[in-house]
Design a protein around this ligand. Structure first.
Ligand SMILES: CC(C)(COP(=O)(O)OP(=O)(O)OC[C@H]1O[C@@H](n2cnc3c(N)ncnc32)[C@H](O)[C@@H]1OP(=O)(O)O)[C@@H](O)C(=O)NCCC(=O)NCCS
Length: 140
């Protein structure tokens, strides 16, 4: 597996593994924008995109993982772990946050496996499915 920054040439590959991008133009626009701004990294196996992650600094000026997706057939093989470890390495703030829906048990288990601590709940984003925030203090 290889992890590297995403480039314009990877956009179709990213869209292909993001089930929301398959139906929502807004997500496709976000993906193009993240890649253009240099915020997206990808995991490749045999030169094909199998996962991607996005790191931004728009959350109270702290690092924030705003997207993390691994293609279904490639889950539980350590790909998200490798992506997040890379983001932790390149993050230029000591505080790194992310969030996920209360209904997303796999992501919560993944956060625990990466030693992220719960950091609060925001209601009323997705109706009836609160957003759980997570935090990790990175080494300076
Ligand atoms: C959450 C997600 C990114 C995890 O990706 P992954 O590549 O499968 O994760 P890893 O293989 O690195 O998992 C590392 C550890 O996290 C935990 N974990 C990950 N997925 C899990 C699951 N479905 N159930 C329980 N524990 C899980 C386990 O402890 C796992 O270690 P193990 O496989 O040795 O038991 C993936 O399930 C995914 O893409 N989900 C859909 C998109 C999404 O919900 N993204 C997050 C919100 S934006």
């Amino acid at each position: 597996m290889m992890i590297r920054d995403a480039t314009e040439h990877d956009i179709d590959g990213i869209i292909a593994i993001d089930h929301i991008a398959a139906t929502e133009e807004t997500r496709r626009q976000h993906i193009r924008e993240w890649v253009r701004r240099g915020c997206a990294i990808i995991a490749l196996i045999d030169d094909r995109v199998v996962g991607y992650a996005v790191l931004e600094y728009t959350f109270f000026s702290c690092g924030f993982i705003s997207m993390l997706i691994v293609q279904e057939a490639y889950r539980r093989k350590g790909i998200a772990t490798a992506l997040v470890k890379r983001l932790e390495k390149i993050c230029n703030t000591v505080k790194l946050f992310t969030s996920t829906n209360e209904s997303n048990a796999p992501m919560q288990a993944f956060m625990a496996s990466m030693s992220y601590e719960p950091s609060g709940v925001v209601h009323n984003l997705d109706d009836g499915d609160p957003e759980l925030f997570y935090f990790k203090r990175l080494k300076e």
